[in-house]
Design a protein around this ligand. Structure first.
Ligand SMILES: [Zn+2]
Length: 359
């Protein structure tokens, strides 16, 4: 019996490649008390500090690590409010240099006022300049014909005008909207505002506090949900297609599957790994090209959810995308991993320094 098994490529259905440089960041001075303070004190400061070089090397590191985990397509959700124009091209370039598929989007929001300060957003607020530039970036990228989605941060940071314009843009380009929905209590009830726009092409990310059904693929991110203490999403309650995402915490989708299984089991002893397995492979409906990608594992039973659910030390040795080996015998073929880690570390120090200066 052979000791390896080859599968098709995995899909990370919700990623934030810009978060690769956040690792090792000094802890916030005041420990967060709730999810909104995690957003305000960590992520919204970090994304505001991003520049061209940080975006490139963060994406390159995230993309390289994705290949090492057998993930051949990343559906990315990007925000860099002080470096919007061209940001999707930077991410595309980094992913292409590594050799991975990427479906990017720019996550628009009205939470930054026209002076660049955080503001509370009402549904009736006018669209901000930042949201307009973000939508223009989406349109520019989509016009090139490359696969992409229209990104929206979340309903609670967007006016109705922005939600409607984003939805119309997606329809115009025959694609979907990629949006966080009801991740934390602050976005509870988002589905009431989104229902009239949503369709099967939408990616409904998290849905932890969803109270009513909404159409689209629900992307479940168990590791992130635990990390942010937002609660268990219980995705099995919905009839939607469910896919798995990492929400920026790497793109090891087999690890995400294992956690989706454990989280399901913690909630319900009858939860089967077959269900989490179905969620994992549903990613291939979102990026069908991954069905022709080849991933070779160091374990012979990668066809069995019950084996994989309980097996650690799974490693990927080879990855072929579009008939090209981008990982061979554990080594990236197009780039030098050590060099990527070195450059990413340089940018990470720049980013952490910029954040320390902004305090
Ligand atoms: Zn996210």
């Amino acid at each position: 019996m052979t000791n390896t098994h080859t599968t098709t490529g995995l899909v990370c259905a919700h990623h934030h490649l810009y978060s690769s440089l956040a690792r090792g960041m000094p802890a916030p001075k005041v420990a967060p008390r709730h999810f909104l303070s995690v957003l305000e004190n960590i992520w919204w400061k970090l994304d505001a500090a991003l520049d061209h070089d940080m975006i490139y090397w963060s994406a390159a590191l995230g993309a390289a690590e994705a290949l090492l985990s057998g993930t051949t397509a990343i559906i990315d959700h990007h925000e860099s409010p002080n470096c919007i124009e061209g940001s999707l091209d930077i991410i595309h370039a980094a992913c292409t240099d590594i050799g991975i598929r990427v479906i990017p989007c720019y996550g628009v929001t009205d939470r930054w006022n026209d002076e660049g300060k955080l503001q509370k957003v009402k549904s009736t607020s006018p669209m901000t300049r930042g949201a307009k530039i973000g939508l223009a970036e989406s349109k520019r990228y989509l016009s090139s014909g490359r696969p992409a989605l229209v990104g929206v941060h979340a309903a609670f940071t967007c006016s109705d005008e922005t939600l409607e314009t984003a939805s119309e843009l997606a329809t115009q380009f025959h694609t979907g909207v990629h949006i966080h929905v009801a991740e934390g209590p602050d976005d509870q009830g988002a589905e009431d505002r989104l229902q009239k726009y949503a369709n099967e092409d939408w990616l409904i990310v998290h849905g932890v506090h969803l109270q009513k059904p909404i159409v689209g693929t629900i992307v479940h991110n168990p590791r992130s949900n635990m990390n942010n203490s937002v609660g268990y999403a219980r995705p099995a309650q919905w009839s939607n297609r469910i896919a798995l995402g990492s929400d920026g915490i790497d793109s090891n989708m087999m690890a995400e599957f294992q956690l989706a299984f454990v989280a399901g089991r913690a909630d319900d002893i009858s939860f089967s790994p077959d269900l989490a397995w179905e969620w994992l492979w549903n990613g291939s409906h979102l990026v069908p090209e991954t069905q022709s990608d080849l991933v070779t594992w160091n374990y012979p039973r990668m066809d069995s959810s019950w084996h994989v659910a309980y097996t650690t030390s799974l490693h990927v040795t080879d990855v072929s995308i579009n008939n090209e080996y981008v990982l061979s015998a554990g080594n990236l073929t197009k780039v030098d991993l050590k060099e990527i880690r070195r450059k990413a570390e340089e940018q990470s120090q720049r980013l952490h320094h910029a954040l320390a200066m902004s305090e």
